[in-house]
Write a protein that binds this ligand. Structure first.
Ligand SMILES: [Mn+2]
Length: 243
């Protein structure tokens, strides 16, 4: 954990040619990585100066798991407890299933978390929820970290993961949101975690995981080029304005 945190700190402190910092992209590995990744970025930008958008079926804020202080179920608790990220700068997307339970939701409310469960998506529809997520991402600290646990997506698309949970996001819901978050917010780091390729033999999980990372890279590039129009599509790919 300390070695990863130090490595992230070193990478994120490097200045690019345009004067901005390098954006580390971390591919895991389980979600315990999140602790080191976010703490390393907070070492660079300052405690409380990095907000987190956390995509996950689970809330990962367990206080004590079988006596352990850190595991893939605890990074959020540790980050909050140690003050790296205030609860109000935490946005969770995709929660569902048996966890978080009532007590967990109450803890999240107390910390000031903003969260969007799949129950909310069912109630309101994806479009409205997605716009809220993007608006909230801009209503926080200047720097944003995206933590993407692949189990936020439906196991139909991401079966090779340790704790799959039915009724998740589809690619068509997820990809545009990742692209837009990376285009419209100041993303300073991105992680994709919980990929477990040997759990299910097949190609779809790595295929979709690779695309998630690529959507973020496209978003970062759009931002660099000054294209932040949310309805942006490469003109040749759409038939809207054909003469
Ligand atoms: Mn997780």
């Amino acid at each position: 954990m300390p070695a990863i945190r130090e490595f992230i700190r070193q990478v994120a402190a490097v200045k690019r040619k345009d004067g901005k910092n390098v954006i580390p992209i971390i591919i895991g590995g389980d979600h315990s990585l999140m602790y080191s990744d976010v703490a390393g970025l907070a070492d660079v930008y300052g405690k409380g100066n990095v907000g987190v958008i956390h995509f996950d079926a689970h809330y990962d804020a367990t206080k004590n798991l079988f006596g352990h202080m850190i595991s893939h179920g605890q990074p959020v608790y540790r980050l909050i407890e140690e003050g790296h990220v205030p609860g109000k700068n935490f946005i969770q997307v995709g929660l569902r299933g048996y966890y978080p339970n009532k007590e967990s939701f109450e803890w999240m409310r107390k910390q000031g978390f903003r969260y969007h469960t799949m129950a909310e998506v069912e109630k309101r529809g994806w479009k409205g929820v997605m716009e809220d997520i993007i608006r909230e991402a801009k209503d926080g600290p200047e720097h944003l970290f995206i933590s993407f646990d692949i189990d936020v997506m439906d196991p139909a698309y991401m079966p090779a993961t340790g704790t799959p949970e039915p009724n998740g996001l589809t690619p068509r819901e997820t990809f545009p949101l990742i692209r837009r978050l990376c285009a419209e917010s100041n993303v300073v780091g991105f992680e994709l975690v919980e990929l477990l390729p040997y759990r299910v033999s097949g190609y779809e999980t790595v295929l979709n995981s690779e695309r998630i990372v690529r959507e973020c890279l496209v978003g970062i590039t759009l931002r660099k080029k000054g294209i932040t129009d949310k309805s942006y599509f490469a003109p040749l790919t759409v038939d809207d304005d054909r003469e």
